[in-house]
Design a binder for this molecule. Sequence first.
Ligand code: NCD
Length: 307
Amino acid sequence: MQHLLSTVKLTKPQIMQYINMAKQFKDQNTFHCLLKNKTIVNLFYEPSTRTSCSFHKAMLQLGGSVINVTDKYSSVEKGETLEDTIKTLSLYGDAIVLRHPLIGASLRAAAVASVPIINAGDGAGEHPSQALLDIFTIQTELMKYGLDINEENREPIVVTFMGDLKNSRTIHSLIHVLCLFPGISFLFVNPPGLEMPSSITDKLSQLNIAFSQEQTLEVALKTTDVLYVTRIQKERFLNPADYETIVINTVNKEMLKNAKEKMIIMHPLPRLTEIDVDVDNDIRAVYFEQVKNGVYMRMAILAQLLL
Ligand code: NCD
């Protein structure tokens, strides 16, 4: 039985297989009966719009069905342990999609589950299905500029991560995936105190992958091919007053005049003020394409784990 808990151990062939399968589903854009008679349980202990809805839509598009469970309206509210909840839901579903506020929750779930667990976000830890839809988006969007991320001898690619690099689980999962591709370097733009975890920067150093801190987005933008923005993760702050002190940079139209013509702007969403709505109609903004790609990638993940 295969789970999807983290991107750390994914190999490049596995990632390419996910991308190719998602691409096929996107090209066909039709209903299938591949997972007829199968059910997934969406178990969410934290709010979600895109992740829960896209897993739901993906499952319906594959002919399967979905049971939605939230902590507020389940026995979790009565104090049931995560382990007992997972053991129970394993009896109803063929896979469990789990979002939980604690790092490592999906690992705990996998230890007692009798069906595949898909980590849909464990606190500030990881969010592997988002990383897979992100790499799918990067691959297809850069291809439009003639840049193949898989190609050894192409131009180098600069990926800039901006926002809450300490707590953004989507960034943590994506950077492990990007490390597998040649010729990618990283720029980090973040408020003080929200730096990339040292476990990740240590890994980059060990792999000899270039990364550096930039003080301003304006400087970073000049060389950026992929700008990946995240919101400050308010719910991870132990002291709410600390969140209020954070100064947030906003990507706006004016700033983008200094960016490359052939680059892309990504965001896992939800967005607060870190990207101006004026940017949405810029051809380089692909965050709603990420939303769309999420369904096809989640179809690929479900097909991969359940067939
Ligand atoms: C992200 C998450 O939940 O980590 N959202 C998502 O799944 N698309 C990003 C966020 O909440 O900031």
